[in-house]
Ligand binder design. Structure first.
Ligand code: DGL
Length: 265
């Protein structure tokens, strides 16, 4: 029996997580819901965004989703606990991969740099996570709001983005860092560009693999074989929805998912 799994994000960022789920579980059926009326979340107030999140999750539950992946670090940090108390179906959240990053650098003394939205970084949930795992005070953080803006416009310009990363990192001594955490689901669209900007010794991690593993465990999914030319079929299995209901949004989501596939992101 296939499951109907909903993925939700403020915009197209959560496609970086859906893309990973499609690779492992191409036979499930998927809803992808983007709150295109209100993206970006990361620069707004917590109270405003919380209301948007509840409306979006209610919309996918009405579509008979059997599980919801909050494919947005910001939304998870603001509302995952309340959502879990509101619905009986599994609600899978995601948080910046700070814990594995700290572990990776436990023995080499290097620092960890977390990229996430300003709203995620201001939340108690994030700050408690850091206090819990960062016993040697080696975690720093930085918001990159322009990446969300560009991503929503399907702008993946390598020259502009590389210059942006360089200017954002210019005050840091990168030799001191061992890992960069992509703590916003929009950011992995730019991982290959960041890779070229960072010194080779710095690893880049994001939470998508961990989230898909969590989904697998919660729903008892088994990794499925992809049919040779099955990509078209896989995409047909995704129902794209957005808060604006515009068909342009659906085209944008399809194009972005195709981009992730082509770039092997
Ligand atoms: N993609 C979202 C996240 O993972 C938020 C981006 C935004 O809307 O600012 O945090």
């Amino acid at each position: 029996m296939t499951k109907k799994i909903a993925f939700f994000d403020s915009g197209i960022g959560g496609l970086t997580v859906l893309h990973k789920a499609l690779q492992q579980f191409p036979d499930e059926s998927y809803i992808y819901y983007a709150d295109t009326l209100h993206v970006p979340y990361g620069t707004k107030s917590a109270d405003e965004v919380r209301n948007y999140i509840f409306a979006c999750v209610e919309a996918v539950v009405r579509e008979n989703a059997e599980a919801v992946v909050i494919a947005c670090n910001t939304a998870t940090s603001l509302a995952v606990n309340e959502l879990r108390s509101m619905y009986d179906i599994p609600i899978i959240g995601m948080e910046p991969a700070v814990k594995p990053a700290v572990e990776m650098n436990r023995d080499n003394g290097k620092r960890v740099l977390v990229f996430a939205t300003a709203l995620t970084l201001s939340q108690t949930k994030y700050n408690e996570l850091v206090s819990r795992v960062d016993d040697e005070h080696r975690v720093d953080s930085l918001a990159l709001p322009e990446l969300v803006e560009w991503c929503e416009q399907l702008e993946f310009d390598p020259v502009q983005t590389a210059a942006y990363f360089r200017s954002k990192l210019s005050n840091l001594d990168l030799d001191q860092y061992g890992t960069v955490v992509m703590g916003c689901t929009h950011y992995p669209f730019y991982t290959s560009i960041l890779r070229k900007v960072l010194p080779e010794h710095i690893q880049i991690v994001d939470g998508s693999t961990g989230t898909v593993n969590h989904l697998k465990q919660r729903l008892g999914l088994h990794v499925q074989q992809q049919a040779g030319s099955g990509e078209r079929r896989r995409e047909d299995k995704v129902i794209f929805l957005s808060s604006s209901g515009r068909t342009e949004d659906q085209d944008k989501m399809r194009t972005a998912l195709q981009y992730l596939k082509e770039k092997s992101l």
